[in-house]
Structure formats: C-alpha cells, structure tokens
Design a protein around this ligand. Structure first.
Ligand SMILES: *Cc1c(COP(=O)(O)O)cnc(C)c1O
Length: 355
C-alpha cells in the first residue's frame, strides 16, 4: 500500500519554551489515517493536515466504546538522531487489544513504516531537552453507523503526535497513592489487559474521589477479592520487599506494560531477584510496617519510573523509603532514560534510530 501525503499549507506555531509543554495538549501539523471496511480491508493510508474527524453520530465507537489506543514516544538523542523505543511491541499490543474488542488487526510493519514517515515530516516538532519527547498516540475507532450491539464493519485508524514535557519538571517526586477498596477497574476475563477506552472511563470516579482526598493516583486491587495488588492509574506496580523485586503477573486484568517488561529484563540482568507473583495488600502493608518494604514504584511510558512515597489504605498512611525516591527506582530510571536518549549503548535492541 502506498502512503499518500497531503502537506498542510498553513503550519502552526511551534512551542518555544520546552519547560512548559505539559502532556497531551499540543499536536503537530499532520496526522496519519487509514480506513477499513469488511470488503476491502485496510486501505487509503494517508498523511494529512491535522484536522477534526468527520464521523456519523451513530458511529459504533461513540455508543459502545469499540475503541483502542496505544502510547509511545520518539526521543531526540544525544547524537541529534531521532529514536523510537520498542515500537514493534506497541503495535503488537495494539493488535492484541484489537482482538479482544473484535477490531481488525493492522499490518504492524506497514504502520510502523508510515509512522516513521509522519515523524520525519514533523521532525522540527521534536523537543530537544532531555526528558521531553514526541508523544505518539495510535488510535482505532469503529465508524460504522449502526445502533446494534455487535462488532462494526468499518473502522478508522489514525495516529496523532505532539511534543510533551518532562513528566517531572522539578525532579522525581514520590507520589502518594490511595488504595481503592470500593471501586474496581477490571476483572479477570474482562478487558483490563486491552488498552481500550472503557477501562479508563471506569477509573475516573475513583481517581476523582482520591484526588479530592489529596492523592495523585489510585492503586487498584483485584476486582473479585479486593485483596491482590493490580496496578496504579496507567502504570504497572513494583515492590522491593527484602531483597526481592515483585510485580503482579499478567493474568488478564492487568495491562502488560512495555516499561514493566523492560524493568523485569534489566533487573534480571543486574542479577537481582525478580518475581512475577500476586502480592496481597495486607502483605505489602505488613512489609511496610516492619521495614521489609524497601521501595515501591510504578512504571509506564509517560513517567518511566514513578516512585511511591506513601500508600494509604482504609485511612491509614504507610510511608515508604522515608517518602524519598529509592535507590533501585533511581537506578532503573537512569538506565532506561539513558537507553531511550541514546546516551548509552542499548544491549537489548530496543531503540531504533529513524533519522
Ligand atoms: C499504558 C498502560 C500501562 C503502561 O504501559 P507502558 O507500555 O509501560 O506505557 C500500564 N497500565 C495501564 C492501565 C495502561 O493503560
């Protein structure tokens, strides 16, 4: 399939102050689009000026949430090159999400090729300060106008991109998290392992209530027993208990993070004990009380490593690492960021220079 390119005649003003980029508010001049219908499959790949979408008000995605997305970044490297990090893994996961909500899979190689083309057209938009990046949001929506509950027969895939700031402009400040014991995000057998919009709509009320109480994030427990730790917001969760690093196994209700996978591989390479095992909130709190809980941190593309300084469960506060960033958290952050910005050799083959 060829990729048609229709360049914008009017370019937007690019942000000048890279310390004020924020997250997810600024988008570049162009977007990538591709259509699907059941008879022709994926077709009409095109790069066009960034614009509103025109969809039918009866489009399935607007009523029943048949929608999936991804999140990844392009980095301005130390050598002034442009780098992608584990891009093939993101499109593999997008296809896994597609299967879960009955959407058509994409030819990942083709889409990655098209994405690279889009990024190179927009290369002037990539911010250069360490910690900033170009955020990439691939999205697929069901567009068939039909108010019946079944998988749609037509879809739109698009990618929008935009510069984002450092997640922590003032350094890595540990977050306070609230252990949610009323609402649940996902259950085994549900859609928790897919990056599909409905999961996030389901999480908003809990997040809003926790925020009112002064917390940055919600720690989700499993949906059945409300006992086993799952994840935090849009991050996977890790604990260092004694000399072992622990994260929840991917049993269906948890999103398999790519940062999570990178952390597991790096920690294993460093010769530390790492285990994917279910850990209960009671065990974590007991470890916090008797000093065995050394560190807790979340992992995700946006923040890379997000240290947790306090966990609150049923109105009781538990302080972790004296509320500071732990040693392993810092070391992991430094390692992953150095690989992403091509400041050090990538022994894993995760980064790809695209220009
Ligand atoms: C995207 C996401 C993550 C993190 O995944 P990464 O690939 O590391 O960015 C974790 N949990 C949820 C619910 C997510 O949506």
């Amino acid at each position: 399939m060829e990729i048609k390119v229709n360049l914008a005649t009017h370019l937007k003003e690019k942000p000048i102050d890279e310390s004020k980029l924020g997250f997810g508010k600024i988008f570049t001049d162009h977007m990538l689009l591709m259509d699907y219908d059941i008879d022709t499959g994926w077709h009409n790949a095109r790069i066009e000026p960034y614009d509103y979408l025109k969809i039918d008000p009866a489009a399935v995605c607007l009523h029943y949430g048949q929608e999936i997305f991804e999140g990844l970044k392009a980095y301005y490297g130390k050598d002034k090159g442009i780098y992608l990090f584990r891009v093939a893994d993101n499109f593999k996961r997008l296809n896994a999400s597609a299967r879960r909500v009955c959407m058509p899979e994409l030819d990942a190689d083709f889409v990655i090729k098209a994405l690279k083309k889009l990024i190179l057209i927009e290369r002037e938009w990539i911010p250069k300060t360490r910690g900033t990046s170009l955020y990439i949001r691939p999205t697929m929506i069901a567009t068939e106008p039909f108010l019946g509950v079944r998988a749609a027969t037509s879809y739109l895939f698009y990618i929008i991109i935009g510069p984002v700031g450092s997640y922590y402009p003032e350094g890595l400040n540990p977050v306070k998290i609230y252990v949610e014991d009323k609402y649940v995000r996902a259950v085994a057998g549900g859609t928790g392992e897919a990056k599909t919009g409905g999961n996030y709509a389901a999480s908003l009320l809990a997040a809003a209530e926790a925020q009112k109480k002064g917390f940055t994030q919600v720690l989700w427990l499993d949906g059945c027993e409300k006992m086993w730790i799952e994840e935090v917001g849009a991050m996977n969760m890790f604990f260092v208990i004694d000399d072992e690093v622990i994260t929840a196994p991917l049993t269906g209700s948890i999103l398999g993070g790519i940062t999570r996978d990178s952390v597991i591989k790096i920690v294993r390479d460093w010769g530390l004990k790492i285990r994917e095992k279910s850990v209960s909130i009671n065990d974590v709190l007991a470890a916090a009380s008797n000093g065995e809980l050394k560190e807790a941190f979340g992992t995700g593309t946006a923040a890379v490593i997000s240290p947790v300084g306090q966990i609150t469960y049923k109105d009781k506060d538990y302080i972790i690492s004296n509320g500071k960033m732990g040693e392993l958290s810092q070391k992991l952050y430094d390692e992953i960021v150095a690989i992403q910005y091509a400041e050090k050799e990538d022994p894993y083959g995760w980064t790809e220079k695209i220009g």
